[in-house]
Design a protein around this ligand. Structure first.
Ligand SMILES: [Zn+2]
Length: 428
């Protein structure tokens, strides 16, 4: 069956000239400027309308948010920010979309009334009462320093294209920069016949550029039919996962390994004068370490998922609420570190691409509590993660907690593939 696949590809990139780099920086500036105008309007509205902590934020319409073009006109006439008209219009328009997303995200957690740690600390030491601006998740001003910059643009009638490893992006009609090109470090080329949908250009704190290219491409996927090799994977705090054969993932805890080094560099940073040259230099050292950990982790996850998707026809995992685990303080560190959520996603699409199956067992399937021999449900195990081994009170069989759970997941997959008619391509 011919499927249309959507996928993102990230490449390190370098602007082909100084002018192009300037142009891109102005695009980032436009994104930031328009976003910040939205935030300023929001804060102003909340102050005037006596916003109560815990309330949801109003819609853009309700708070009388000016349109992007009004914001542009104002900025150009009042603050003389002429470049807003000299850059890709998408940069400004997308800022509004991002702001809208930030509002939606905040409204989901507004009821929690959580303040940022820094604000609570300030209250404790200086007695300054936190305001709505200090709420966790509240849209905040984007600063030029200390964080990455980005803007997104969309392909219209082929004005985004690749040629000889150079990615060409649209310019603005009034801009003096006619050709906006970035030389890509293409370690992996785009799939055949792919159409570029949109591109996000990012500049990290080191001043390096990355492009994330979203493409759409057709792929012929032949279903493998009835799956023969089925694997159950049980999520494990310490081993990442344990499979039904008792094999452990042996996740190298990159973050933990780097922790001491990172802590040391961060201590040095905290001793330096904020904003000074030496501080700036040290900040780069810290962010380089953090980036390194992140890329090591991602690389490992991809390789592991690839190996499993190649070997097995169907992989069954539990439908775990990873966010709930992340919020549990005891586990939060591990959870942050290992990214099981990303791993599931990689598995899913790597299997799908081969016409294979990825299954999440339903939430009410008690993979941990069921005895994989006789099916007895041992509720003693519920919520009690300290029991690593147990004997079934019904049939007497001895179980390793994780392997037993993984085995149940495998069985779930086996039953599923017998009972249900598997769709041509993939189960999600
Ligand atoms: Zn039993």
């Amino acid at each position: 069956m011919l499927e249309i696949i959507n996928r993102g590809y990230v490449y390190r990139a370098a602007p082909i000239s100084q002018e192009v780099e300037m142009y891109l920086r102005q695009c980032f500036g436009a994104d930031r400027k328009i976003y910040n105008l939205h935030v300023a309007h929001l804060y102003d509205y909340l102050e005037k309308n006596n916003y109560q902590i815990g309330d949801k934020l109003p819609s853009l319409k309700k708070m009388g948010m000016p349109t992007v073009s009004v914001f542009k006109k104002q900025s150009v006439s009042e603050d003389n920010v002429a470049y807003l008209y000299l850059v890709d219009a998408f940069a400004s328009n997308e800022a509004k979309q991002h702001f809208n997303k930030a509002i939606t995200a905040f409204n989901k957690i507004a009821y929690k009334k959580q303040y940022k740690k820094s604000a609570l600390k300030r209250q404790k030491t200086l007695g300054i009462k936190p305001t709505f601006r200090d709420l966790k998740g509240m849209p905040k001003f984007h600063s030029r320093k200390g964080s990455k910059s980005s803007y997104t643009t969309f392909n219209q009638n082929g004005n985004i294209y690749m040629k000889d490893d150079i990615l060409y992006l649209p310019s603005a009609q009034k801009s003096s920069v006619k050709v906006v090109g970035l030389k890509l470090n293409t370690h992996r080329s785009l799939p055949q016949d792919s159409k570029i949908k949109n591109v996000t250009v990012t500049m990290n704190t080191k001043g390096q550029f990355d492009v994330s290219i979203c493409v759409e491409f057709p792929l012929e996927i032949a279903s493998i039919g009835t799956p023969a090799r089925i694997l159950g994977l049980d999520y494990s705090q310490s081993h990442f996962f344990v499979d039904n054969e008792g094999k452990k993932a042996n996740y190298p805890h990159y973050y933990r390994k780097m922790k001491e080094r990172l802590a040391k560099e961060q201590r040095i940073l905290s001793r330096r004068k904020k904003g000074s040259k030496r501080w700036e230099k040290q900040r780069l050292v810290v962010s380089r370490l953090q980036l390194k950990v992140a890329s090591q982790r991602k690389d490992w996850l991809h390789k592991k998922a690839y190996a499993l998707a190649k070997r097995y026809d169907m992989i069954v995992v539990e439908n775990l609420d990873l966010r709930a685990i992340g919020q549990n303080k005891k586990y939060a560190k591990n959870q942050q570190d290992n990214g099981f959520g990303d791993f599931r996603l990689y598995l899913k699409y790597k299997l799908a691409q081969r016409g294979k199956y990825f299954i999440k067992a339903p939430k009410d399937f008690a993979s941990t509590q069921l005895c994989s021999t006789c099916g007895h449900k041992n509720t003693v195990l519920k919520g009690n993660v300290n029991i690593r081994e147990w004997d079934c009170p019904s049939c007497g069989n001895q179980h390793d907690r994780d392997i037993n759970a993984a085995f149940n997941l495998k069985q779930y997959g086996e039953n599923y593939s017998k009972k249900e008619i598997l769709p041509q391509t993939v189960v999600v």
